[in-house]
Design a protein around this ligand. Sequence first.
Ligand code: RP5
Length: 162
Amino acid sequence: MKKIGIVMGSDSDLPVVKKATDVLKEFGVPFEAHVFSAHRTPEQARDFALRARENGFGAIIAAAGMAAHLAGAVAANTTLPVIGIPCKGGAMDGIDALLSTVQMPSGIPVATVALNGGANAALLAIQILAVEDASLAEKLAAKRQADAAAVLAKDEGVTARL
Ligand code: RP5
């Protein structure tokens, strides 16, 4: 199975990244995580992206806050799918990161999830791998069913709580 690459701009992004790694672990998907900054360590971020395909990655998740250029910088150096997680924080509480991550120029796409959307970033990465992996696709379908069952249980119980 292909690995998922995870890069984050700082270790202060770890709580958001952990939401993604928890999901990847739940699905048994291998991953590798690094702190690479688009601004502070641009060479390392570039090298990782340039070699990601030959190093066995199937998609890359990039989490960063503030002037969040990491996902775009990685996407510029690979044709693997890149999923950006804009992280909350700073003077604008993540609006800056959201716009920096999502507003990519035509030709270099970044699939951007919600602010701090670590779980959805992982699920989207798994869905990408599941295009060619029937076992992963079955696990995804089972999770959808379990999530729906949980909502139905809440529906049944809600009147009793009022
Ligand atoms: C971004 O700046 C990082 O991704 C992080 O979200 C934010 C703050 O970084 P630190 O000052 O905590 O290293 O580059």
